[in-house]
Ligand binder design. Sequence first.
Ligand SMILES: C[S@@+](CC[C@H](N)C(=O)[O-])C[C@H]1O[C@@H](n2cnc3c(N)ncnc32)[C@H](O)[C@@H]1O
Length: 272
Amino acid sequence: MTDRILNSFQLNLFRQILSTEGLAIPETAEEVFELQLHHFATKRRIPLEQLPFRLKEEAALRRALTEKLIVHESYFYREPHHFFALTRSVLPELAKCKSRPITILSAGCAAGEEVYSIRISLLEELPALSGEIRITGMDRSKKIIEAAEKACYSNHALRELPAELKQKYLKPLKNGFFSPVEAVRENVDFVQADLLKETPVKDSYDIIFCRNVMMYLTNEARERLKLNFEAALKAGGAFFFGTTEAFFNPPPTFRKLHFGNAFFYRKTGKCQ
Ligand SMILES: C[S@@+](CC[C@H](N)C(=O)[O-])C[C@H]1O[C@@H](n2cnc3c(N)ncnc32)[C@H](O)[C@@H]1O
């Protein structure tokens, strides 16, 4: 007896189609995926058996489904040990040899929580340097990039931000939400782009954060991103993953380093 919505043939068909968008469906998430799919098809009045054929032919429908399945969860001061490694080890080193500005990419930035957390860490720990650092948040979702630009956060998104930092850097809005103060929003921009489809500009960033993004991607997509990031990172630059992630096979130019509870990769070569 089974009350699964899809048989294994259908499931594999969807897996194949979504892999063209770089998205993986791990075995542990199959049942949740089936429910999401069922809901997606019902809402659009498409019989589930027809959905794979429609998805193959209609790029807009494929994008809509991918958008629905992608996890956008993020929050302020998530895995703060990375921000300490950034301000106490990576940036002081880079600042010695780097011409300005220093550029940081938040790849898969969700609604801006990571970008603004980096800004708060800079203002707290390296105020003199903070004006010389530019941060770009990049995400494939148009809706989520619009939310990052709007910068309006619930208490839930601020749950890990220490109270004194919340008071100093977030101002309450009338609707019970909070918005970063002007200083936190300076030197920041957001771009809608699919990291898998854009060709990266070589040597364009000193530091790349790509945290909690690759875990949702197929192996093939992860490999592609790895090459893209290696190309986009400047010599002497640093790459940060989420705490539970690592390269299975790191690029030959990346060296793994530790600082406190954090690890990161430094690209070999002299920074300039
Ligand atoms: C789980 S959130 C992680 C947010 C943040 N980095 C953090 O650690 O809190 C993953 C984000 O990556 C974005 N993403 C996934 N695949 C992407 C791709 N190919 N190109 C750009 N953004 C992508 C998603 O839209 C989502 O907002």
